[in-house]
Design a protein around this ligand. Structure first.
Ligand code: CA
Length: 228
């Protein structure tokens, strides 16, 4: 499950894109203006941003430059009007990973999104395994010793995020930025609640667990390398 932001002032287009990407299992947020995009990009982290260059209040290229300048590492697909070759080039030079020319079929965009999310950086795989756990990000299933443990969407997203970065410590704030939608009022206590729920569902285990690093945050600790 990836966290995506759609920046597009054509609401019909944005709605169909949002609907399709949600159906593919992603957490999708949509804003219609450049100002709103900048606000969200300052507080939230996204795996991928679909950015229309022709926004009513700002130039998409400026948003992209601003985002990259501040260290934003999400993948970016820019949307441009037909034939605006110079816009495409400017966008790619400014740090976009891909572009689509309007009009396009939303399925084409979904395919580009899939391709970019697959691109390494530690090779994004759909199945994460430890000796006893298996999390399948494609089928949204999680098993312990082969037995499925039902998880809510949020629990799943949190566990997937931690399992993708084993033995790395994340502050509650960093976890909120990655796993929660920016329009929810998530507090560090909420993270604690979800971590505890996950711990209860995962049960006692010797091989891997979500550890609290006092004063810092949480990590998914694996104690043995997986051979399964
Ligand atoms: Ca537009």
């Amino acid at each position: 499950m990836a966290k995506l932001l759609i920046v597009e002032d054509d609401d019909n287009l944005a709605d169909s894109v949002t609907e399709l990407l949600k159906a593919e299992g992603h957490m999708v947020e949509h804003v219609s203006s450049g100002a709103d995009a900048l606000t969200l990009l300052a507080v939230s982290q996204y795996d991928l941003i679909v950015l229309d260059l022709g926004l009513p209040d700002k130039d998409g290229v400026d948003i992209l430059r601003n985002y990259r300048h501040r260290g934003g590492e999400g993948k970016v697909i820019i949307l441009t009007g037909r034939g605006r070759i110079e816009e495409k080039e400017l966008g790619l030079d400014s740090g976009a990973d891909d572009y689509l020319t309007k009009p396009f079929h939303v399925k084409e965009l979904a395919a580009r999104v899939r391709a970019l999310l697959r691109r390494p950086e530690g090779v994004q795989t759909n199945v994460l395994k430890t000796a006893e756990y298996e999390l399948n990000a494609k089928t949204f299933t999680f098993t312990k010793d082969g037995v499925e443990i039902p998880l809510t969407r949020r629990e799943f997203a949190l566990l997937e995020f931690l399992m993708r970065h084993p033995n790395q410590v994340f502050s509650p704030e960093a976890i909120i930025a990655r796993v929660w939608q920016s329009d929810t009022e998530a507090s560090t206590d909420a993270v604690k609640v979800y971590v505890n729920r996950l711990r209860n569902k995962l049960g006692d285990t010797l091989q891997a667990e979500i550890k609290t690093v006092y004063g810092v945050g949480y990590k998914f600790e694996t104690k043995t390398t997986d051979k399964k």
